[in-house]
Each structure stands twice: as structure tokens, then as C-alpha cells.
Design a protein. Structure first.
Length: 504
């Protein structure tokens, strides 16, 4: 078992902290009615990482801690500056399998080793409001760090940590911070105790190479975009495992962006090298889609049922939908987790790393970006134009459904190509991205209706086989037909607006 908590905190340091007998007095902070001394706690934490510190490089921390009221294993995932999601697991001698899985995209097949041990004497005061509700905890931490791997150095320091209580406004930390500054303290340069321990014991985590350099050539821009998508996949891996909202969709989009980039900029990156990687990205997107598509349809049907007048609800339609959703969703969820634990997935991540470390650049990659990138985007847009015009020439029905779906896929590729080129091409590429996205959304609504009707037929068949009324599913089917008709009617006007943004 493991549970997750959002942690919002700030760390402060300075001579005033080292000299203090306890946390500074924050009773004058607006909103604070009382300061409660919670006493001193001894904490003993051992931090784990790979020998080359892959977790630390991405600002993750994994520790086993005793002492205090939350002894156990803690994995902290960065969310924003001063904000982390802390995942707890019960105390055990070895790293819990679930936490290992959550860092698998970073560590791959590398071993986790005990890296640093921190012994902390923590003096805590709780800040409460007039009703006695906790606002925050402020603690004075006296820390001793001992290197366990890669050296035998030690370090000691004192810091002030203030952590927001659950449900409180983060603006309270700004108010408290002003008082801490007046007390002679400043924000710590280290984002975590582990980062400071590594720095103080002689090992600063090295930043990832080439990922923050300003792009100059066409190849630089394309690679920068690909690196951002590769990073998104790795960063979203634990979120997908934890079933965080929208995480599956976002990971799937990142894989699609990489595949589209390989195809759109084949004059920049050698397709002979990128195509095998693209094939694996398509496989991953397909596996992610099993869960995502079902999730979207369930939400769509639930909202549709909620909007129906009571007389149109016939039979146990909600129970039928719930059973369909649970059966399909449970199976897809188990399958997705197996995919993320598979050798094929880890091999794909390794292939992306190799490709980005030694990119197969073609001659155009060294050219100035404007001409190369703009030409690639225009080429993609011309394909979209041909498909949309073809769809508009067809009567409503199956052939038009297929044509609009193909246009949607090419619209996505054009949008992603324009996104990749935005840093180089500026406002025209940004405007085209926005315009093509509106086209993609309209075509996507149409395709969602096509898929919804297929699933409604499946639900109606199940209901009929069970002796239940299929009337309501027929009503929903008719409404989906109407939604598709609205999308088709809106296509000419949307396409006309997109055409005005096509010039690069």
C-alpha cells in the first residue's frame, strides 16, 4: 500500500538559523493566532538513487526514514518550485516494489543504492488560526549528512523549513517568508536536503547535457522539441501509474508529437534511423489509447445520460454503463501497467536516449531554421488542405467519416510541426498552431461521435442480450448522429478561417 500527499514548503538558511535555539517567532504573521511548540524529534533518513544519481538529476528523492509520525518510505516527485507530491509506503528493509516502479522510467535497469544518510534533529512549532486549525509547521532542522556511496565525506548545517498545512492558501507562505527575511534568513539555494547534502559532500548533480542550449540551426530546434517530448514521457510515467487525471492523454500526446516530428522533418533527421523508433512510439500510443479512449467514452456517455429528461431513461442504463466501464476499464488499466513494466517500453526509452545523444542529422539540419522549418510545415499543411477539400466533396456517410478522420490525423501533424517551429518562426507559426488546433478539435468531435456510436451499438447489444430495454441507447445514438452533423456543417467555415493563417 502507498498513499500520496501534496507537500508545499519552503526552506530558509542563514547565520540566524545556525545561532537560533528554535524556530523563529512567527506569531506576528497575519492570520496566526497561536504558536504551539511540538517539541524535538530525531529523524534518521537514508536516501537511495542510482550510482550516477539519475533521480537527483530530475529532482526526485527516495528515502527510508525512521522517527517522527510518518516513518516509512517516501518518494517525492517535483510539481513546481517548492511543491512536491510525496508518496508514502510502509517501513520495510528494501525499497517497495511500487516505489521502484514509479522511478523505473528514470533508473531503467540500474540498481538503487544507499547514497546518503541524513540525521536530523527537528524542533517543530505549529502555527494555528483563531479556530485552532493548523496553518503551517515551521521547524528548525539541524542536519548531519554522511555519504554512503561514492565517498565518505560528511557535512552539517542548520535550516528552517516551513510547510503549509493541508488545504491552506499558499499565499500564507509569502506572509511567513517576509517575517523570516526580517529575522535574517533567506531562501535556500538547494531545493531539498538531499541536493544540499550531495553538494556539501563534494558531488553536485550534473545537469543533463545540451538540453538548455539556445537553438540556432534547424536541427537544434527540432531536437529541442523532441527532447521536451521525451522528457514529458519520462516525467508522466509515474503519474500514469498513479492514475493521475489526464496523465494517460498527455503521455500519448507526447508520443504522437515525436512521431509527427520524425515524419514532418525527415529532411532534418534521417528517416532510416527514426522510423524504427517511430514504430515503437506508435505501439506505445496504441497501448495508451486503450485506456484513454475508454475513459473519454465513459465520461461522454455519463454526461449524456445526466442531460436526458427522465422520460427518456428506460431500463437500468446507468448500471449497464457502469458494468461496461468497469470491465473494459479494469482490463485496460492492468494491461497498461504491464506495458510500462515491459522490456519493450524500457528499450524504447533507451532508443530515444541514444537517438537524442547522437542524432542522425541530415544536411538541412545545419541550415538556418526559418527556410527549412517553414517548408516542412507548409508541406504538411498542403496535405491537410487536400484531405479537407476531399471530405467536403463527399456526401455525409461512411466515406466522409473516413476522410474527416484522415484529415484530423494530418491536422495534428501540421499542428505539431508548427509547434516545433514556433521558437524559430514566431507569431505566424503560433497563429497557425492555434488555427489548426481549432480544425483538429472540430474533426476530433466528429470522430468521437463515430466511436461513440460504435460503442453505443455494443452497449445496446449487451442490454438486449440481458433482456433490458435498448431505447435509451437508441436516443443517445441519435444525439451522437446530430453532433456529427453539427461538426460537418461547421467544417467549411472553420476551414476558411484556418486558410487565412496558412502563410509562413
Amino acid at each position: 500500500m502507498a498513499d500520496t500527499k501534496r507537500e508545499i514548503e519552503r526552506k530558509y538558511e542563514g547565520p540566524a538559523a545556525s545561532e537560533a535555539a528554535g524556530p523563529p517567532d512567527l506569531s506576528g504573521v497575519p492570520g496566526v493566532a497561536d504558536v504551539i511548540d511540538k517539541g524535538i524529534t530525531r529523524l534518521d533518513a537514508t536516501y537511495y538513487d542510482t550510482a550516477d544519481q539519475r533521480l537527483a538529476a530530475d529532482s526526485l528523492t527516495l528515502r527510508r526514514r525512521t522517527g517522527g509520525d510518518d516513518a516509512g518510505w517516501h518518494l517525492k516527485l517535483p510539481v513546481a518550485d517548492g511543491v512536491r507530491d510525496e508518496i508514502h509506503a510502509p517501513l520495510s528493509e528494501t525499497v517497495p516494489d511500487r516505489l521502484t516502479a514509479l522511478v523505473r522510467s528514470r533508473i531503467r535497469d540500474a540498481e538503487l543504492v544507499a547514497l546518503v544518510r541524513l540525521a536530523t534533529s527537528r524542533h517543530v512549532h505549529e502555527l494555528v488560526d483563531g479556530e485552532g486549525s493548523p496553518l503551517a509547521e515551521v521547524s528548525l532542522d539541524r542536519v548531519r549528512a554522511e555519504r554512503l556511496h561514492g565517498g565518505a565525506d560528511t557535512a552539517e548545517w542548520t535550516e528552517i523549513e516551513i510547510e503549509l498545512a493541508d488545504g491552506q492558501d499558499p499565499a500564507f507562505l509569502d506572509k511567513a517568508g517576509k517575517h523570516l527575511h526580517k529575522a535574517g534568513l533567506h531562501r535556500s539555494a538547494s531545493p531539498s536536503k538531499l541536493a544540499k547534502a550531495l553538494a556539501e559532500t563534494g558531488s553536485r548533480t550534473k545537469p543533463r547535457k545540451h538540453e538548455h542550449a539556445e537553438p540556432v540551426t534547424a536541427g537544434d530546434h527540432v531536437l529541442a522539441y523532441l527532447r521536451a517530448q521525451r522528457h514529458a514521457v519520462i516525467e508522466l510515467d509515474p503519474a500514469v501509474r498513479l492514475d493521475a487525471p489526464d496523465s494517460v492523454h498527455r503521455m500519448r500526446v507526447a508520443t504522437r508529437r515525436m512521431r509527427s516530428t520524425f515524419r514532418s522533418f525527415g529532411n532534418v533527421l534521417d528517416r532510416a534511423v527514426t522510423t524504427p523508433v517511430a514504430v515503437e512510439l506508435k505501439w506505445l500510443a496504441g497501448e495508451l489509447g486503450v485506456d484513454r479512449d475508454h475513459e473519454v467514452l465513459t465520461e461522454r456517455f455519463t454526461e449524456a445520460l445526466d442531460a436526458l429528461p427522465r422520460p427518456l431513461l428506460s431500463g437500468p442504463v446507468r448500471n449497464r454503463l457502469r458494468a461496461w466501464s468497469t470491465a473494459r476499464g479494469g482490463d485496460s488499466r492492468r494491461r497498461l501497467l504491464a506495458v510500462l513494466d515491459s522490456k519493450r517500453y524500457l528499450d524504447l526509452l533507451a532508443a530515444l536516449d541514444r537517438l537524442l545523444a547522437e542524432p542522425p542529422l541530415r544536411e538541412a539540419a545545419a541550415a538556418k531554421p526559418h527556410k527549412v522549418l517553414a517548408a516542412a510545415v507548409r508541406k504538411d499543411f498542403e496535405k491537410v488542405a487536400a484531405l479537407v477539400e476531399h471530405a467536403l466533396d463527399l456526401p455525409s456517410g461512411g466515406d466522409r467519416d473516413v476522410a474527416m478522420h484522415e484529415a484530423r490525423k494530418k491536422a495534428k501533424r501540421t499542428r505539431y510541426a508548427a509547434e516545433a517551429a514556433t521558437h524559430a518562426l514566431g507569431k505566424p507559426a503560433k497563429a497557425l498552431t492555434k488555427a489548426v488546433k481549432s480544425l483538429q478539435n472540430l474533426l476530433g468531435e466528429h470522430q468521437d461521435s463515430v466511436m461513440a456510436r460504435e460503442s453505443l451499438r455494443e452497449l445496446a447489444d449487451q442490454a438486449h442480450a440481458a433482456g433490458e430495454s435498448t431505447f435509451t441507447f437508441g436516443v443517445l445514438y441519435g444525439r451522437e448522429e446530430q453532433r456529427a452533423a453539427v461538426a460537418e456543417a461547421g467544417l467549411p467555415g472553420t476551414w476558411k478561417k484556418v486558410g487565412k493563417r496558412a502563410a509562413l
